[in-house]
Write a new protein. Structure first.
Lengths: 484, 359, 390
């Protein structure tokens, strides 16, 4: 739609569109016979910037240098970001984004200036992925700040940002970020294609678009999200692709493989041999947290011959008088633990003390004393849940929980054999998963030895020469060999 | 079909050769040749090179086609040959499945109805065989890691128990050595036939040398299992057990602390059977698809129906263990040799006279 | 409520292998007596909770159930009816049999123990000499929480030496019976003191327990039948030859002295030289442990003589034992026949039917090599010999 030549009409139309919203500010300044209209949304833009620079320059700078007032304004406005549009339909988007629009009489074009208000918090410490040794900043809700956090780490012109707008109503900015000469173009195209297909009224968080980016059903998350810029930059340098969504401090990293979840961004900053040990611990914790309750049920109710003599007798005596079958015991207490964890996340900080007392004393100690549950069950549940909390990604923890439940079910049906067939199903399922041409179990299956220098093992950085091939086979060499 | 890596292909060889050894072959071999079973296995390894080389030759000669399509191209009645192979597939997979169920039934869940156990096993097998070959091979690579860990555990746990003098006196049962090695070859090595579903050019860096190396590593590992069962128990004790290779696991004692691991370590033997049956069902499915060319949507249902046929056959084919055991020795081995060695041999001979290029 | 849950669980499980731990009676030891035609079987159940205290402490009182039957399985059936919980056999540590069963032939009884899917073959098999086998299970041991464990520890650290419990294991016994040219042995166990007092908890309350168990000498078998029980001295020699001794305290008489030599480095090799000669080589290194009279141990010559005396003494022991095996027991417990079978199978075919006689003609050489490496903490004896007498 064209922009009307009359300023008053334009303002009227905009007011109609916004339903006379109270935060829509308009001002008409008369210069000789011509009118200059200033439009902005008070809620989204910074009023002081507008009055200090724009209004001032409009009012004060009145020497006519050029023929039309429009061109005159274009050259004299005190602003760094200025562009011109000629479509009236774009007005609401810019207004909502905090831009100021200047329209003049007899002009089919409008001047747009960035006067966005600081509506976000500053850069704070990462709360969901805390680290001991590493940069402390985290992504925020501000899109340009987020881009800046990446830009300031990688000062390379090959770091490209491609922007898309998602959501019919929210018009959320989504930026695909990658390093041009490292990332796999095929993967970028696939991601773009999938993002372009999205036609929904609103995207508010990066979590919303995750499901559009994967094709297979899976319990395990196939796209990692993070709020750490240092991790984002590490992954960019490995050839991965980052998607940033406006108003969301969590970015998406593609392609993600299973073993990415046992990595932590601070791993790169510490002694590699210690990190290898830590990662082995995390891997063991992963296995423990998935199979321990199921293994316990299988061993205790089917294959008792696996338990050493003294332990078996002590277990049997401890179970005396417990009314529930073992698997029910485990399921009840796993559920209670999950409820505890959930309420711990939701509740305000000062309620957690009460909760931990209830959890630890009432549910642990008293339940044992009342013979509702045997002490070993509590230990098993505790070990399982502690191990699951090693991982930072909530989606990952929750999907572990679901598989753990399936394992419990199978082992309570058929003991070790049930567990075995469930684990075969699990392995098959994991092998089936792939996203944008990357197998979920890479690089251990299919095996890529050189990429395994930084998976469960972590070699010192001077000894990792190549980028993982499963991410991108372009521009493989990461660093030159130093001849000692 | 996506390409698979050479390593994955070799893990498939590893599992296919290992399958059924702990559960069936070792019992038969020990019963027939006693202390000399290691000699018969050694000869079996050499005899096994013949079918192995036939398969490798065919694979190298026609790198673009799998065996099923090749049969159709080479022979006028290729479809009939393929259908015979299909019958062989179903018989063999039913037998192997029976062995698996019986193994689990007598060692893990001896009070449970075998039907329930067979359902528990057929579900993952069916699920895996609906997948494509590159996924099955990925699964086999993952299981291979576990298998290697278990093997190392078994080896470290058993070294102190081995008494090598138990294999003496040598050549006490000379007359049956060749017969036994033929049984070994039939039950363990000829199953590599099923890998000709993967044409050579679908394997990245396919190399016959590495395949032969894997062949020898795997068979020597089997030789080691047979030797250690004899050496640990002494031949007289070893032959009274139904599963001597399982019984030696009861002796596993790692560093004097970790023991009683037999139930967990025996799972290793089940893995290989899982892979083999999955591949056989995949093979059978491929034959049906190639022969009748059904719509792509029905592929899933073909697998499910093959699995249910196996499940039903498994429960009605053998009433008693003795019936099964006698079937495994006489008819099954002839069936294996006719279908899985003789037919490829014909293909080989035909291909020697067939010089024109197939497109 | 409990029943409802159980039904749900049964529907869910659908099979009978499912067993909760508190529904199991864990059998840790078993004794088999024979009384005319019937087997009298006792099983020791380890997980019956203590009567008064809360059962959370993990301590257990033991319970013994008895049953009789024509076969072992029949007796088990009788016990199964008595026990409120399902019997669970996979943790059997010890099986004790009576002398009568040994005399009659053990294989008859042995089948169940190895055929049952739950049992493992690595438990200890022992025999009682004069007592009833079932009494052993009733004795409450002062140091271990349940009797089967006390028997196991008894074997693992037996009286005069720390012998590995290999000979005592069931699979070893069965293997020896089945193997060609090998005869088995079995440890014996005996009760010292009164059985009735020993089976009461009060046995624990005194500082010096009235009744306790101790390990006896080895019983020598032929095929699966008991021949005789060896003496303590013979048992020690058998243990030396079987390489089962880790620590040996050996007493010799030398020049009016009773000298004890401590050795933890004894190795025996049995080699076959030819069809009819077998050589037993013993290598021992030891230190002086105790001298009760004067001996000039500073002189090398004296030590050498002592070595020779020790050497001679061991050699004499072994030769005496071999002689007894040949003529008194007529049992080839060291598997000399097996060695001939393994190395000269043709020769074995000729002599196997007549092995009893051939064993007597077998030429067994004994070579002992001893060395005394240290004199302990002292450099001389406390008694100063002649000078002290003045």
């Amino acid at each position: 739609m064209e922009i009307d030549k009359s300023v008053k009409k334009v303002i009227k139309k905009i007011k109609e569109r916004y339903g006379n919203s109270s935060d829509l500010n308009t001002r008409i300044i008369k210069k000789k016979d011509k009118e200059i209209g200033i439009l902005f949304l008070e809620s989204a833009s910074s009023t002081s910037t507008i009055s200090d620079f724009i209004t001032k320059s409009v009012i004060v700078e009145n020497k006519p240098l050029l023929k039309t007032i429009f061109n005159n304004l274009k050259n004299t406005l005190y602003t760094s970001q200025l562009f011109i549009i000629d479509n009236f339909d774009d007005f609401p988007y810019y207004l909502s984004s905090g831009f100021t629009i200047i329209v003049t009489t007899n002009s089919k074009k409008a001047i747009i200036m960035e006067t966005r208000a600081e509506l976000d918090r500053g850069i704070t410490e990462a709360t969901s992925e805390p680290t001991l040794r590493g940069s402390k900043d985290s992504f925020t809700e501000s899109h340009s700040k987020n881009l800046g956090l990446i830009r300031k780490r990688i000062k390379d012109e090959n770091l490209w940002f491609e922007e898309l707008k998602l959501g019919r109503r929210t018009k959320t900015r989504a930026t695909i970020s990658y390093i041009k000469d490292i990332a796999d173009q095929n993967k970028i195209n696939q991601i773009k294609e999938r993002l372009k297909k999205i036609d929904i009224d609103g995207i508010l968080d990066s979590g919303n678009i995750r499901d559009y980016l994967t094709k297979q059903k899976s319990i395990f998350p196939q796209i990692k999200s993070s709020e750490r810029p240092d991790l984002a930059c590490q992954e960019l340098l490995n050839g991965k692709i980052i998607i940033l969504i406006e108003n969301c401090p969590f970015i998406l990293i593609l392609p993600t493989v299973f073993l990415d979840y046992i990595k932590s961004p601070e791993d790169q900053n510490q002694k590699s041999i210690n990190i290898t040990f830590t990662r082995i611990l995390r891997f063991i914790a992963l296995i423990i947290t998935i199979i321990t309750p199921a293994l316990y049920i299988a061993i205790v109710t089917y294959d008792q011959n696996t338990i050493p003599d003294k332990l078996l007798i002590s277990l049997a005596v401890q179970r005396e008088g417990v009314p529930f079958p073992t698997f029910l015991e485990i399921i009840i207490f796993m559920t209670i633990f999950d409820i505890l964890r959930e309420s711990d996340i939701r509740s305000p900080a000062n309620a957690t003390t009460a909760m931990s007392i209830v959890g630890a004393l009432v549910l642990g100690q008293s339940a044992v004393d009342a013979s509702i549950v045997s002490p070993v069950t509590i230990i098993v549940v505790a070990i399982t849940s502690i191990c699951s909390l090693i991982f930072q990604d909530t989606d990952f923890i929750n999907s572990i929980r679901l598989w753990r439940f399936l394992f419990i079910l199978s082992s309570s049906l058929l003991g070790l054999i049930g567990m075995l067939s469930m684990s075969l199903i699990w392995i098959t399922k994991m092998a089936t998963l792939e996203n944008i041409n990357t197998s979920y179990l890479s690089p251990i299956s299919p095996l890529e030895l050189s990429a395994n220098k930084d998976t469960i093992l972590k070699l010192p950085t001077p000894r990792i020469f190549k980028r993982p091939k499963y991410i991108s086979d372009k521009n493989q060499t990461k660093q030159r060999r130093i001849n000692k | 079909m996506e390409k698979i890596t050479s390593l994955e292909y070799n893990t498939l060889i590893w599992f296919i050769i290992r399958a059924c050894f702990v559960e069936l072959t070792i019992t038969k071999v020990l019963a027939l040749t006693k202390q000399d079973s290691w000699i018969s296995i050694l000869i079996g390894i050499i005899i096994g090179l013949i079918p192995f080389s036939i398969f490798e030759y065919i694979k190298n000669k026609y790198p673009n086609y799998n065996y099923i399509i090749l049969n159709k191209k080479l022979f006028k009645y290729g479809n009939i040959i393929n259908l015979i192979i299909l019958i062989g597939c179903i018989i063999l997979s039913t037998c192997i499945f029976w062995i698996l169920v019986h193994f689990a039934n007598s060692l893990f869940l001896y009070k449970t109805n075998p039907l329930i156990i067979s359902i528990a096993f057929i579900i993952p097998i069916c699920y895996a065989s609906t997948k494509e070959m590159h996924i099955i091979s990925k699964v086999s690579l993952i299981i291979f890691y576990i298998s290697v860990i278990f093997n190392i555990m078994i080896m470290t746990g058993l070294t102190s128990e081995i008494d090598i003098s138990n294999i003496k006196p040598l050549f006490e049962n000379k007359s049956k050595i060749i017969e036994t090695s033929l049984i070994f070859t039939a039950l363990n090595i000829t199953k590599i036939f099923f890998l000709n579903i993967i044409p050579k050019n679908k394997v990245i860096n396919h190399s016959s040398k590495i395949n032969y190396l894997t062949y020898f590593i795997t068979t020597i590992n089997l030789l080691d299992i047979a030797l250690s069962s004899v050496c640990i128990f002494g031949i007289d004790l070893a032959t009274i057990y139904e599963y001597p290779a399982f019984q030696i696991l009861k002796r596993v004692n790692i560093l004097g602390i970790i023991s009683k691991l037999e139930s967990i370590l025996a799972i290793e033997g089940i893995f290989s059977i899982f892979i083999v049956i999955t591949i056989i069902i995949y093979y059978a499915k491929a034959i049906i698809i190639q022969t009748f060319k059904p719509k792509e949507k029905t592929n899933k249902y073909i697998t499910i129906s093959i699995c249910s046929i196996i499940l039903i056959l498994n429960n009605i084919m053998f009433q008693t263990k003795e019936e099964a055991n006698s079937f495994f020795i006489e008819p099954l081995i002839y069936i294996i040799y006719i279908i899985f060695v003789f037919l490829p041999l014909i293909t080989l001979v035909k291909s020697l006279y067939h010089t024109e290029n197939i497109k | 409520m409990k029943k409802l849950l159980l039904i749900i669980c049964l529907i869910l499980c659908g099979c009978t292998d499912y067993a909760e731990l508190n529904n199991l009676s864990i059998v840790t030891a078993m004794s088999i007596d024979k009384d005319e035609d019937n087997y009298k079987l006792s099983v020791l159940i380890a997980n019956s909770p203590k009567a008064q205290t809360t059962s959370k402490e993990g301590e257990a009182k033991t319970t013994v159930y008895e049953g009789t039957g024509k076969t072992i399985a029949e007796a088990i059936k009788v016990i199964d009816k008595k026990s409120p919980k399902q019997l669970y056999f996979s943790h059997i540590n010890v099986v004790i049999i009576s002398k009568e069963i040994g005399k009659e032939g053990f294989l008859k009884t042995a089948d169940w123990l190895i055929r049952h899917p739950q049992t493992r073959d690595k438990f200890y098999l022992m025999q009682v000499d004069d007592d009833k086998a079932s009494d052993i299970l009733k004795i409450i041991s002062p140091l271990e929480s349940f009797p089967s464990q006390s028997i196991a520890t008894l074997i693992e650290s037996s009286q005069n030496a720390k012998s590995t419990g290999d000979t005592a294991s069931y699979s070893n016994f069965i293997g020896r019976v089945l193997e060609t040219g090998y005869e088995p042995m079995m440890y014996t166990i005996k009760i010292n003191g009164d059985v009735k007092k020993g089976s009461k908890q009060s046995n624990l309350e005194t500082a010096m327990p009235n009744t306790y168990l101790s390990l006896g000498p080895l019983a020598i078998y032929k095929n699966d039948k008991l021949i005789d029980t060896s003496t303590n001295k013979e048992t020690e020699t058998i243990q030396i030859i079987n390489n089962e001794i880790k620590e040996l305290i050996y007493k010799i008489k030398y020049k009016n002295n009773n000298i004890n030599i401590f050795s933890n480095n004894i190795k025996t090799n049995i080699d076959i030289e030819n069809k009819s000669t077998i050589e037993i080589k013993v290598k021992a290194k030891g230190s002086i442990y105790e001298i009760d009279d004067y001996l000039n141990i500073r002189e090398l010559k004296e030590i050498n003589n002592l070595e020779k005396a020790w050497n001679k003494s061991i050699k004499k022991d072994i030769e005496k034992l071999i002689n007894n095996l040949k003529y008194k027991y007529q049992s080839d417990i060291f598997g000399f026949g097996n060695m001939i079978y393994k190395n000269y199978p043709d020769r074995w075919k000729q002599i196997k039917n007549n092995w009893n006689e051939q064993f007597k003609d077998l030429n067994i050489k004994v070579k002992v090599n001893t060395k005394i490496t240290s004199t302990g903490n002292l450099t001389k004896t406390l008694k100063e010999g002649e000078s002290w007498k003045k």
